[in-house]
Design a protein around this ligand. Structure first.
Ligand SMILES: [Zn+2]
Length: 286
């Protein structure tokens, strides 16, 4: 009798959890931050940036690429919408003229990333937003409001950039919350996987000279990052695209776009925008 009762209770708990969306089907690589139950009227998009070789397999090894400087130019981009078809975007990309505020939590593992200096990490993050600001014609502006101890991936009224321990294969996750009835963005958090080794290699500019890299004009970095480490600016620039509600692209001919959904060790090319990235930000914020 007691046994049967507990089975019934366990069943009800499981059904309730499924009804609340707390139990998701296990993906090949589990473990991104779960935005959890949300207040009424809010929804979240969770973007997972996979290490090459993990995640949903789409054309990850193809050598066919487009180039932002050569003849084959990629003009692909994708924009997030609500279930009702509204574009998800910042209501005011200028942040009321003073910038959309964000905060940085430097809680990375100094053991895993011994060569990442805090000030360099902040500079890499600022540069990752700057390249999108330069591409926008709408006065897009993000403002670094300083350091915080608030955690990433939590709806707390602050846009936070920081680190979180996640499963292997996941380089970073951006969570962007929005109002379902208007599509206006409420908050965005950017989380880098603290189980990887992070570095920041300042790109060598091809066209603008060293060290002044004008984010509006410089071409893909001529140098590469540190072997067996993930370049913070490279990945953060891709994640910054998600804070604007550009979506991941996975096709083989999209590998040179910043919004291509896979990253790799020592990669730097995502910290410059290709044509599709540029068209994407201009389409959302004309
Ligand atoms: Zn992504």
């Amino acid at each position: 009798m007691w046994k049967r009762k507990w089975v019934v209770i366990a069943g009800l708990v499981a059904l309730t959890a499924i009804a609340l969306g707390l139990v998701a089907a296990a993906p090949a690589d589990a473990g991104p931050p779960d935005p959890g139950p949300l207040p009424p009227g809010l929804a979240a998009k969770v973007f997972i940036h996979y290490d090459n070789g993990h995640g949903p397999g789409v054309d990850k090894t193809s050598a066919a690429v487009c180039s932002d400087t050569g003849a084959a130019i990629c003009d692909d981009y994708a924009i997030g919408t609500t279930s009702g078809g509204l574009r998800i975007k910042w209501a005011d990309p200028t942040g009321g003229g003073v910038g959309i505020p964000y905060y940085v939590n430097l809680n990375y593992s100094t053991k895993k990333s011994p060569n990442l200096i805090g000030t360099a990490a902040v500079a890499a993050i600022e540069a990752s937003f700057a390249v999108w600001e330069a591409a926008s014609d709408a006065g897009l502006n993000y403002t670094n409001e300083g350091l915080t101890s608030n955690r990433v991936g939590v709806l707390d009224g602050k846009n936070v950039v920081g680190w979180k321990g996640m499963n292997p294969g996941i380089l970073a996750v951006t969570t962007t919350w929005y109002y379902t009835n208007t599509g206006k963005i409420a908050e965005t958090d950017m989380a880098f996987n603290s189980n990887y080794s992070w570095t920041y290699t300042v790109p060598v500019c091809n066209s603008d000279g060293i060290p002044a890299c004008n984010p509006a004009t410089y071409e893909d970095p001529a140098n590469s990052g540190v072997a067996n480490t993930v370049d913070l600016r490279n990945i953060a620039t891709h994640e910054a695209g998600h804070t604007l509600m550009l979506l991941d692209l996975y096709a083989s001919n999209e590998q040179n776009l910043t919004m291509y959904g896979y990253g790799a060790y020592a990669q730097l090319k995502k910290d410059t925008l290709a044509l599709g990235d540029d068209l994407g930000v201009k389409a959302i914020y004309p």
